[in-house]
Design a protein around this ligand. Structure first.
Ligand code: FES
Ligand SMILES: [Fe+2]
Length: 398
């Protein structure tokens, strides 16, 4: 039977104690009780269109990869060699002829079974390759997006979605769009603070007064769908710079329409009339996480995008990593975060400022905004469903 999910709260209140954002014990419990069975955005179906195409992804502490097998099926495996546990694959690519671990070249078939290893007869006389294979995870597809779960037998993907396809689905398809350089934002805060910030519609007109400029709290709403949060805007955002960009055909941004889908626990989608983004907020340690962000726009815009600085872009910030991603962190910015003209940088700056206060005995969350900050309460209720406050372990974590 599907587990009951929390309803949309009437009252906005902080439910998690500071320890939930600070302590190693709490972090460990989240990994064990939540991320071990969490669905997380991994990639798009066009990323892995051909047999052998793969892409690695991090789900909590679980390194995993998605690969298309010889029959065209998508599969998810733990990215852990069964020899000495090395991560088998890196980045993205194609392993049509077998998944090869670079350490000692143990080779797996695309169905995860172990095909062979060097000096098998001489050095591993008792090893039966049929008895060992890559650990399996689970995989689900929503629109163009692929989600993975470290658990081989998790809550079914359709149940976890909670009917989002039938109620609030985005019209965007990545096929007609082109992708900007992906960005990793390295953030010195607990992953939940960054998620809560992403679900906080109250700050949009204030923290982002130079970038997003809204929508105002009274021109927005949110819906709870399953464990997920859907942000609804009443009409197009006030962002004047949007008009400089080519609109994506088929996206109607007039009237009441969904703009952000935050999938519990740590993935999300942002779909406006000019861009489409998908992201994960990956926990690293109690006070560190990173945001993996991918964005698609109309083809002519992605070329122009690298040459200019604008609200949903980050050109000029950070460094380019060997895998082609841009890496951005607050200490490496050349100027102040609030001058970056990147709303994600503004967000990570403010979340780091909040994290920095959490250790003070004076830290306390005060009154929360009606209607809009109930989203934080909803998110925290979902966390507490997996990591309850009343267990002996949670008390030890405080
Ligand atoms: S660790 Fe992979 S082959 Fe040895
Ligand atoms: Fe924000």
């Amino acid at each position: 039977m599907a587990r009951p999910v929390p309803r949309k709260p009437e009252i906005a209140e902080q439910l998690l104690p500071p320890a939930a954002y600070l302590s190693d014990a709490w972090f460990e419990r989240e990994q064990r009780e939540l991320f071990s069975r969490a669905w997380s955005f991994a990639c798009t179906t066009p990323d892995v269109s051909e047999p052998g195409d793969y892409l690695v992804v991090q789900v909590g502490r679980y390194p995993m990869f998605v690969i298309r097998d010889r029959d065209g099926e998508l599969r998810a495996y733990h990215n852990i060699c069964r020899h000495r546990g090395t991560q088998v694959l890196e980045g993205k690519g194609n392993q049509r002829h077998g998944i090869v671990c670079r350490y000692h070249t143990w080779t797996y078939n695309l169905d995860g079974s172990l095909r062979g290893l060097p000096k098998h007869a001489e050095l591993f006389p008792d090893l039966d390759v049929k008895r060992i294979g890559l650990h399996k995870g689970s995989l689900g597809v929503l629109g163009d997006l692929v989600f993975v779960n470290p658990d081989p037998d998790p809550e079914p993907f359709a149940d976890w979605l909670g009917g989002i396809e039938g109620t609030h689905m985005w019209p965007h398809r990545v096929a007609g769009l082109s992708e900007k350089r992906p960005i990793r934002y390295d953030i010195a805060c607990n992953w939940k603070l960054f998620c809560e910030n992403a679900m906080d519609g109250y700050h949009l007109s204030y923290l982002h007064d130079k970038t997003l400029m809204g929508p105002d709290s009274m021109r927005q709403d949110w819906d709870a769908v399953g464990r997920h949060w859907v942000f609804i805007s009443f009409g197009e955002s006030a962002n004047r710079q949007d008009t400089q960009y080519s609109p994506i055909p088929g996206v109607d941004a007039s009237g009441r329409h969904p703009v952000v889908w935050q999938f519990f626990p740590n993935s999300g989608v942002l779909g406006t009339s000019i861009f489409f983004s998908a992201y994960t907020i990956v926990p690293v340690a109690p006070e560190r996480c990173y945001l993996e962000l991918r964005t698609w726009m109309m083809p002519m815009e992605t070329q122009r995008e690298e040459k200019r600085v604008r609200p949903s872009g980050s050109s000029g910030h950070g460094t380019i990593m060997p895998d082609g991603k841009r890496l951005i962190s607050i200490p490496t910015l050349s100027g102040h975060a609030m001058d970056s003209l990147d709303f994600q940088i503004e967000d990570m700056w403010i979340c780091e400022r909040q994290q920095g206060a959490l250790r003070s005995p004076r830290f306390q969350v005060g009154p929360l905004a009606a209607r809009v900050e109930t989203a934080l309460t909803f998110f925290q209720r979902n966390i507490l469903d997996f990591v309850p406050l009343d267990s002996p372990l949670s008390r030890a974590a405080e």
